[in-house]
Design a protein around this ligand. Structure first.
Ligand code: ATP
Length: 950
């Protein structure tokens, strides 16, 4: 709340006590008054009482301070809502509040769709100058309040006319433009939002349910879960259950869907949908959020389009009244895509697909070691039906020898010959294992299925390889969701509630997706129709069209997979100019570094260039530790964490002259740096020294690789996803321990330097109570709020049952409030109501084996980076007469664009020169000036019921 906000005073009343009978109503009321500028000054929390004192401070003598006390009292009588059709002037009001910002208050209620009535009381002034306006409004407990611009309608002086009392409206206006922590009513009744999960289960569905339930409650709505998908809607009764805040505790870590899913035949028939409509009206539910695949979302849209006719039929059958039909005339439907296949159009990724990829990669990594041991071949079948996303990404992430996907069948009638030739080449080079991945829906160009069994027989018969077949099956769906899916589902769940609240009958049902790294809303029906087009394109053998219908990166990544194999079109061809590309790791190790080196080495080799590995960073270069790298030198690097080349934080300034000398001595034409912020500053140092050392005039590219994700010019760096998963695993274990110990809070310290990325994203993934980040710092007020919140939450836990809680603190959040101090304060202030311990995760956060996302990103960035180096070197060579410095190879050039950072922006890979990035970089704090992920921090606090921090 802004300190300068002071528009309201309760007229002639010292204080008012409001009683809430449920926790939800209590919190909703506190939030409602906080939105109007009240400040929570004290919370009483004990076994007997839970109450919040709210005060509105006045800065002028003419308006009094106002105090309200909201008490949680289960025995309190629940007030019934007053009909919006009544004139509320005849209803007894609890209090009249005088304000000089009545317009802002009215705007506020309008913007949040909160029902109110406005009346003007005429004055004796013939010009109406002294007319009094009054806004009649019910708080969430159904108490009637009157807001007026005059304390007494018969008083002649209006407060709005005085300059003394004028106070800015900034609070209300500002809040409207940001997330509204709470609200609205629908006409005169509370909105009831239901969620169901349908179709095949997908990891992350629970996170979506949790987010929907909590976001709905925070926004003043009632949340419902429909159990067993559409079957629950058809059956009604106990299958539709009201959800409270704590009902979704522990959902984040759980795989599958707790509320159940089913494939429901009845809902495919109109009679089933009629029954479902009746149950919804009976329960008073007017919004349905469906989390499922394309089938479930098709059903959802059909349900909405039929809704008016279903109501007519129900009235005709006398199953509902006409009043009911009028009241529930409009049904909101919002789709969330929960599907492991990632087969839905209009979204880059679906809930569950990345976790499924984790499971596949874990399995194939395990298979790889036994395959290597016995020199075997494995054919692995993965899920995906008509969509090859899982097979393609798994192929890239595990360095498979061959993949089969439905959208791009192997070309030509002789594909078996080519596959065998390719695998033989790998074997001849010394590979001891062969991995072939086949999507369950894979086909050849005649639409004939390609099966795992067929491939196994082929490898056995033709190549005489000891070949085994593994159908991964349902193991792929199982297990707890990875960090990416938890965060995706959480952000989409919150957005789904927002979409419900902003919906109107004329807006088509939205589907919540993710495009270009942003949560988006698209038209549900359009997305479903587009999804169907892929299968149609495949059935008419339009494979180019099918590939184009996939997300923008899909085509590129398929080509990149091929470019890394020995059957790539350029393998063996000599390029016009063979370039020597040196690769160096700089900074702390990060998972994905090795995968990027592997991809760069193989891609460069396949194109006929010469990759060179520099060992041990810049000190290694100074010492001349440089060697050419062959195709097989990087075998097995994809799944290895750390840095096989060796890495450290030293900069070229260690010995600029020697660095330059060695680059020239080894005849290096371009440099690929893979590392963290140190790699960026290394590039800057060499860029700034170009006028002194011609060798630094070669093209260079930096692939960001650091768990802190603090390199400018990219949304994600390699290693940060693996790290998030490592932190998540550790916090899940800590939370479990804290829950078992009862009433324990863990303060967990995470890495990140001056960037709060890891703290925020892991906080969201583990359901942290609070996160402390360097961008905000820590102070006493904040600690006080956190302690108050913890006292309140622990007092609300059921007798003998208590939930473990986690607070995440970024290592550089504060010099004074260290992890130990924060924990000690929490413990002391908890007065034995709860205990606190610390956990410093340290280097465990680097993870072990890179996550699939880090591997896939590494390959993508490495291939694009090599292309960047080649195009710059070749461009420069071809115009050497005008641009060359004349003191070195033709690739030498001082063009600022020739030293760049390779970044991931949405679904694209971009290159920005290190010089251009300077304006976006906070060099002192070693991070970008803007942090795109700050929105996620609000979500952490929102879902931890921290309306005081949102
Ligand atoms: P997955 O991708 O995991 O298979 P899905 O949502 O596509 O998920 P489906 O079995 O196709 O799975 O659909 C789930 C449920 O949605 C069905 O059992 C049915 O109740 C409902 N549904 C699907 N299609 C329709 C439709 N055209 N009309 C009405 N309901 C449908």
């Amino acid at each position: 709340m802004d300190d300068d906000f002071e528009p309201i005073a309760l007229d002639q009343i010292a204080n008012v006590i409001l009683s809430a009978s449920t926790k939800e109503a209590y919190h909703a009321s506190v939030a409602w008054f906080e939105q109007l500028g009240f400040r929570a000054i004290m919370t009483e929390s004990s076994h007997e009482t839970t109450a919040t004192w709210l005060q509105l401070f006045s800065s002028t003598a003419t308006i009094h301070d106002v105090a309200l006390k909201i008490v949680l009292s289960p025995s309190a009588q629940v007030k019934l809502a007053t009909s919006s059709k009544m004139d509320w002037r005849i209803v007894p009001a609890l209090a009249t509040i005088t304000t000089n910002t009545l317009e802002a208050i009215e705007d506020h209620f309008t913007s949040i769709h909160w029902a109110y009535q406005r009346y003007t009381i005429p004055s004796k002034d013939p010009n109406g100058l002294d007319d009094c306006t009054a806004i009649y409004v019910h708080d969430p407990l159904n108490n009637l309040f009157i807001f007026t611009d005059k304390p007494n309608p018969f008083e002649s002086r209006s407060r709005t006319q005085t300059t003394q009392d004028k106070a800015p409206m900034s609070t209300l206006l500002k809040r409207r433009s940001t997330f509204q922590p709470f609200l609205p009513g629908f006409g005169h009744r509370r909105r009831k939002i239901a969620i169901l999960t349908s179709g095949g289960d997908a990891p992350g569905m629970n996170a979506a349910v949790r987010a929907v339930v909590r976001a709905a409650i925070t926004r003043g709505c009632d949340a419902y879960a429909v159990h067993e998908g559409y079957q629950g809607l058809v059956d009604g009764g106990d299958m539709i259950r009201k959800m409270n805040w704590d009902d979704v505790q522990g959902y984040l870590t759980t795989g599958g869907t707790v509320i159940g899913t089913a494939r429901c035949k009845a809902f495919r028939e109109r009679s089933g949908r009629l029954q479902a409509a009746k149950n919804m009206v009976k329960e008073g539910i007017d919004a349905l959020i469906v989390c499922g695949g394309d089938g479930s979302l098709t059903g959802a849209d059909l349900f909405r389009s039929e809704w008016p006719s279903l109501l007519v039929e129900l009235v005709e059958n006398e199953e509902i009244t006409q009043d009911d039909a009028d009241e529930y005339a409009h049904l909101n439907i919002v789709g969330l895509v929960g599907s492991i296949d990632n087969d839905m159009s209009s979204t880059d990724i679906t809930i569950g697909a990345v976790t499924c990829l984790h499971r596949i990669c874990e399995c194939i990594d395990s298979i790889s070691s036994t395959a290597s041991s016995h020199s075997r071949a494995f054919v692995v079948e993965v899920m995906g039906r008509h969509c090859g996303w899982l097979a393609l990404m798994a192929g890239i992430a595990t360095g498979a020898d061959f993949i089969f996907i439905p959208e791009r069948p192997p070309w030509g009638e002789d594909w078996q010959d080519r596959m065998c030739a390719e695998i033989k080449k790998h074997r001849d080079l010394g590979k001891r294992k062969t991995i072939v991945i086949v999507c369950e829906g894979a086909i050849d160009s005649n639409l004939e299925p390609i099966t795992a069994k067929g491939l196994m027989d082929l490898l056995t018969d033709r190549l005489h390889l000891d070949t085994r077949m593994t159908i991964l099956g349902h193991v792929q769906r199982g297990g707890k969701p990875c960090a990416f899916d938890r965060n995706l589902a959480t952000m989409q769940g919150i957005e789904a509630v927002e979409a419900v609240l902003s919906s109107s009958p004329d807006i088509p049902s939205p589907m919540i997706g993710m495009n270009e790294n942003k949560i988006t809303r698209t038209e549900l029906m359009e997305a479903v129709a587009l999804t169907g087009e892929v299968a149609k394109a495949i059935s008419r053998k339009d494979f180019v069209g099918a590939m184009d219908l996939r997300d923008p990166a899909f085509n590129q990544q398929y080509d990149q997979f091929l470019a890394l194999t020995l059957s790539a079109p350029n393998v063996g061809k000599k390029p016009q100019q063979s370039l020597r590309i040196a690769i160096i790791n700089v900074g702390a190790p990060a998972c994905g570094m090795n995968a990027a080196v592997r991809a760069a080495v193989r891609y460069a080799r396949n194109l006929g260039h010469v990759p060179l590995g520099i060992n041990n960073g810049f000190p290694g270069l100074v010492a001349g530790q440089v060697k050419e790298m062959e195709w097989m030198d990087v075998d097995g690097w994809m799944s290895q964490g750390g840095s096989e080349l060796g890495t450290n934080r030293d900069q070229p300034s260690l010995d600029l002259g020697m660095v330059s000398y060695q680059l020239q001595k080894f005849n290096i034409h371009s440099l690929l740096l893979i590392g963290g912020f140190e790699a960026y500053t290394a590039c800057l140092e060499m860029y700034n020294a170009r006028h002194l050392y011609p060798a630094f005039c070669m093209p260079m590219v930096h692939i960001p690789a650091t768990i802190s994700n603090n390199v400018p010019g990219t949304e994600y760096s390699l290693g940060c996803d693996t790290s998030l998963n490592a932190i998540m695993e550790a916090c899940d274990a800590l939370k479990q321990s804290a829950t078992a110990s009862r009433k324990r809070v863990f303060v967990v310290e995470v890495h990140g330097g001056k960037s709060g990325f890891l703290a925020v994203m892991s906080g969201l993934a583990v359901g942290a109570t609070s996160v402390y980040i360097p961008e905000e710092g820590v102070n006493l007020i904040r600690l006080q709020k956190d302690v108050t919140h913890l006292c309140q939450r622990y007092s609300q836990d059921a007798e003998g049952k208590s939930h473990g809680r986690v607070i995440i603190r970024s290592e550089a959040a504060s010099k004074t409030y260290t992890t130990d101090i924060i924990s000690a304060i929490i413990k002391e202030e908890g007065h034995q109501q709860f205990d606190s311990r610390t956990a410093t995760l340290g280097h465990i956060q680097q993870g072990n084996s890179p996550s699939p996302l880090d591997r896939v990103r590494a390959v993508r960035l490495a291939v694009c980076a090599v292309d960047f180096l080649l195009s710059h070197a070749c461009d420069i060579s071809s115009s050497a007469s005008t641009t060359s410095t004349g003191t070195g190879p033709d690739v030498y050039n001082k063009d600022p664009d020739s030293i760049a950072v390779a970044g991931i922006h949405g679904s694209s890979v971009t290159f920005t020169s290190v010089e251009a990035l300077l304006k976006d970089t906070d060099l002192k704090n070693r991070k970008p000036k803007q942090s795109w992920w700050m929105d996620y921090k609000r979500a952490v606090h929102l879902l931890a019921r921290r309306t005081d921090l949102v």
